[in-house]
Design a protein around this ligand. Sequence first.
Ligand code: NAD
Length: 473
Amino acid sequence: MSNSKNGISFFENVNRNFDKAAQFTSHPKGLLEQIKGCNSVYSFQFPVRTSRGLEVLRGWRVEHSYHKLPVKGGIRYSENVDEDEVKALAALMTYKCAVVDVPFGGAKGAIKFNPKNYGANDVELITRRYTSELIRKNYIGPGVDVPAPDYGSGPREMAWIADTYATFNPGRIDALACVTGKPVAEGGVRGRTEATGRGIFYGLQEACDNSEDMKALGLTKGLAGKRIVVQGLGNVGYHAAKFCQEGGGVIVALAEYEGAIYNPKGLDLDAVVKHRKETGSILKFPGATDVPNSLEALELDCDILIPAALEEQITQSNAPRIKAKIIGEGANGPTTVDAEEILLKKRVMVIPDMYLNAGGVTVSYFEWLKNLSHVRFGRMDKRFEHSAFDKMLRAVEESTGRSFKEHERVAITKGPDEIDLVNSGLEETMTGAYNQIRDIKKSNPKIPDLRTAAFLNAIEKIATAYMELGIFP
Ligand code: NAD
């Protein structure tokens, strides 16, 4: 998981991408330096008595940019994590939030341990102890810093974090807004779990719906029928594959750490997941060919490759053999800068992580809004809208003499539930942001790729925020 595959660290990779975009701006060096660096890095150790005995664990919280508050970003649980990686991920969060107009600065946290080696009680203890370290230094709070899940952590951990924060802040009415990605029963929002994967689907769909761009890649318009390879069957990979399959995409290969499987006619995603649960492995799935070296799956013949597991999976060593026409980055930082140069020469379209996997933080933003407003989305307007549409239908029936069938009436008059509003807000965000990035790229033929366009978009928005604060003229 850690950085530095080719002597260049993950954070350096992010900054090289930043520099590539910054040359298209006329902002003073000082302002660009302020945007690029991490505003605050909190590295700490804490003792914890787990069922394995007394242990001292390392934790981080990196707050990358205070141009907007609170800052926001996930907490990674991994034994391979290091400070450089947390800084890189925190920086990506800043740019990501800017690209999708989520009004937060970026942050990221980590605990260096492998949760799979511990029971639930130990993970709870570690999570609560980590949270109290954040509280101690004011690195968590609804208006300060709002964590979320990342690799190795999930809704369960977020519920423990919220509970610990609320315990240390009795009577604080907005305490639940201190963390997002919580279970719905603990203040979460419907649609958050699948949001990143759904956002990837909306982004890919928007890209594939552009006939001019698809023609340039030698592909037909539309996601339907596109052959897709997905690496990583976790939260992001599974949901991206699921929604793409529902949208007509054909999942031809799936890769997990134990190996990959390939079937050019398509794999039934849920049947593969069931098979893996039953046998403990993705391999030996009926009708599919095994690819024992999981990384080789990235080189299989396909239209779209979605790396959704880890960073630095596409490097200069395998990039020349990649056959996909579109790379949809589900994971953070899966493509190194050197690899991307090779891919661009091969005219591959890389849809960058900082845009494509922003669905999670977008819906986290909706969750934060819900927690601050203390009301479920749709509660105030669902019935009102139902009745307004019903009145409209009756008026149409009276004036035309046409009677709507019952199923038509139900479909047309249904007021929105929380999930409908969340998905609608997510789709609007992802499609709008894609077209912003595409327009920036189109506006200047010297801008080489969508990543540079996305960085440029983010830099301009963050620079404007700093200028509005009066910090830079
Ligand atoms: P996860 O832990 O749910 O899933 C990761 C999956 O990748 C696991 O199933 C794991 O077994 C698999 N994997 C590990 N090593 C592998 C390898 N070498 N080859 C193939 N598969 C391998 O994590 P996630 O939440 O899905 O996150 C995945 C990536 O997406 C990370 O880079 C994360 O930072 C990024 N991301 C996550 C979210 C989110 O909302 N969860 C949002 C944005 C970005």
